[in-house]
Structures are given as C-alpha cells and as structure tokens.
Design a protein around this ligand. Sequence first.
Ligand SMILES: O=C(O)C(=O)C[C@]1(C(=O)O)C=C[C@@H](O)C=C1
Length: 268
Amino acid sequence: MSSSMSRTLKIGIIGYGPFAQFLAKIMMKQGHIISATSRSDYSHICSQLGLTFFTEIEPFMDADHDVILICTSILSLSKVLKSLPIHRLKKPILFAEVLSVKEHPKDLLLQVLPEDFDVLCTHPMFGPESGKDGWKDLPFVYDKVRIRDEEICSRFLQIFKDEGCRMVEMSCEEHDKLAARSQFLTHTVGRVLSEMEIESTSMDTKGFQKLLQLKESTMKNSFDLYSGLFVHNRFAKQELKNLELALQTVKQKLLERMDDALEDQKDS
Ligand SMILES: O=C(O)C(=O)C[C@]1(C(=O)O)C=C[C@@H](O)C=C1
C-alpha cells in the first residue's frame, strides 16, 4: 500500500539532535517511515536505528515525503529555513515543527514557504527526560496555522494521540504567553539554582530535594535551548523582569521585618 493510502507517513526530519531522535523512535515504532538530515553527521546513529540519513539537503528534498518535520534549534531555524531548496520538492506538502517557541517558527515558515504548503506548529511539552517512560497524559500543544490537507495533518497529530498525549489546541501567541510564564520561568529558576551551586545536604527537606531536581533537569538542556526560549519569545523579557521585581519585593518585606525586630529590641 502506498503511504498516501495507509496510515503510514513518510516523514523527513530536518535537525536530528536528541529531541528529534527521541521523537523518531516512537514514530518508527508506530510504523512511519523516517528519514533525516542535519548539519552534523548522524549517519551512524541512523543506520543503527534503520532510518535513512541524508548528508546533502538536495536528495533529502527529492525523497517524496508526506511531511517535513523541523526539529532544529530555535537559534538556527532562520538560517536553516532560508537555505532550504524548496523548489526541489515535487509537490506542496505539510511542514510541521516542534520548537519550544511558536510565533517565531510560524512567522518564518509563512515567510519562506509558498502559499500552497501547509503549516502545523506544535510543541510537545516534554522531552527525553520527562517523556522517557511514555507520553501518556503529557500535553501536546498545536496550532493548525495553514492546513488544507486535513487528512495528512490529522494523521500526523494521531501519532501523539496514539501515545496518549493530552492534545491542546491553541494559537502560537497564546502558547508563547503561557510558556514564558511556565517553561521559561522554570528554566530560569533552574539555572539560577545552578549558578548558586546548590548541593544536597545531610538534612534536605522535601522542598529542597525538589529544587535539586529542578536544577538537575534544567541543566540537562543546552544553554542554546534556554537562550532560544528568551530571544524568540517576545513575552519572556517581561517575565524575567517580573521575577527580578518579585525577588526585590520579597527581600523588601524581609528587611521591613528586620527593622521592626530591631525597633522592638530597642523598646524593651
Ligand atoms: O524532558 C526533558 O528532557 C525536557 O527538558 C523537556 C522540556 C522541559 O521540560 O522544559 C524541554 C524542552 C521542550 O520544549 C519541552 C520540554
């Protein structure tokens, strides 16, 4: 059966770092046909897993995919998209992406792709750490930015539904607002704790153990990812300011108590 008649999709992945490898494993397990291309050479890993790796972009574009899935870093996206030889694709297809910010890839995809290409922006709210024991009930955010071929799009979304993800449809703008106040804030606090070099003690409270876990899970992600969450999410700067202000407010409240205590001592 050809891939257009079965549920099987031919998916070509651009950018084959750890996050793409993590997604590809599940997609292959479901029976989809995966190939990949990347700036670094992943041909060894790919041949072990049984998927085709293209070192050159032209043969990748010629490979007749149903979906091209963008998994580059946020910071390299613009350069990669602008250098794609789109004209080599034989027909208009679906471009999907899984970056951790949404307005930036949406704007770029609409800018570089011809009108008749479909665009699906998504963000699996999990990764190799948090999704290592399965994707059940983990949120999968998506925005059907420009979809004409509903069938291909729903077959792609089905990959995540079949793994039990909680499907959350929202605009790219709404995603970025919420993600700045949740994911970006989480990574910021994790990095601050790491800068402070917090370490386990012989008397850790449960709360402190959670802080240590936060530091460790945050630091498994690259600084490239973290800076992408800031540079290409227009809501992140305000959240960083809010965090600084909140720290000042909390400190101010403590200092006021300190002054009160000193006054009490003087009076007694
Ligand atoms: O599980 C992991 O490995 C992650 O760090 C996943 C994580 C995160 O928790 O912030 C990081 C990047 C993705 O955008 C989604 C989620």
